[in-house]
Design a protein around this ligand. Structure first.
Ligand code: FAD
Length: 170
């Protein structure tokens, strides 16, 4: 999880959990100490704990989750675990050479959701760091209409509105 995401999630959890019970697991991220320093710099007044060891496995318990850390068979018991990576795009997106946003998602904008490659449209979680069903279904709807218009244009040899406006995320 990116530092800014991790701190954002920890801050949100403040409403449900006592502050001193919030732990950010860095999963042994490279340069864990620098990572922890970055976290603390972003939220100097947020009293969360940081666990720098690698997570070896998770187990569901009756009313909690057991987090097992590297070389330690005594689990950390947590009530709620959040995993929120910045990007959720598959490797095919990079194989196609699609442009990415600063948050690592595929760049594709309203209203056509065409990517930087003509004829490739993207919608839903893969284009945003703010993932939700309303966004996924509405962007999917717009992308599907735009793809259909472009295909019509290609089929009947006219320039579709998608190509006319050049609305593409580059
Ligand atoms: C635990 C949890 C709770 C949530 N609660 C809410 C909520 O209360 N309200 C809300 O609005 N949103 C919620 N969300 C977010 C919401 O589920 C997503 O924003 C939404 O499902 C995104 O839809 P999508 O179609 O973009 O992606 P997805 O629903 O993830 O669908 C993508 C599909 O593509 C498939 N796929 C991936 N790679 C490939 C490939 N290479 N080839 C073929 N298929 C592939 C995947 O298997 C998956 O079926 C929640 C998410 C999670 C994880």
């Amino acid at each position: 999880m990116e530092t800014i995401q991790a701190v954002g999630q920890a801050k949100q959890l403040q409403y449900w959990a006592p502050e001193d019970k919030i732990t950010i697991f860095t999963n042994g991220q490279d340069g864990s100490e620098q990572y922890e320093a970055k976290l603390r710099a972003i939220a100097p007044h947020l009293p969360f704990g940081v666990e720098n060891r690698k997570i070896s496995r998770l187990e569901e318990a009756e009313k909690s989750i057991h987090v097992y850390l590297a070389d330690d068979e005594t689990p950390r018991e947590v009530g709620f675990l959040v995993y929120d990576p910045l990007t959720s795009s598959g490797s095919f997106a990079w194989q196609l050479g699609l442009n990415r946003t600063a948050t690592g998602n595929i760049a594709a904008d309203h209203p056509f959701y065409q990517t930087s490659v003509r004829g490739v449209f993207a919608a839903g979680d893969c284009i945003t760091a703010h993932r939700s069903i309303p966004h996924a279904s509405s962007s999917g709807y717009y992308a599907a209409i735009a793809a259909m218009k472009q295909l019509h244009g290609d089929l009947y040899e006219f320039q579709s509105v998608v190509d006319q406006t050049g609305y593409r995320a580059d």
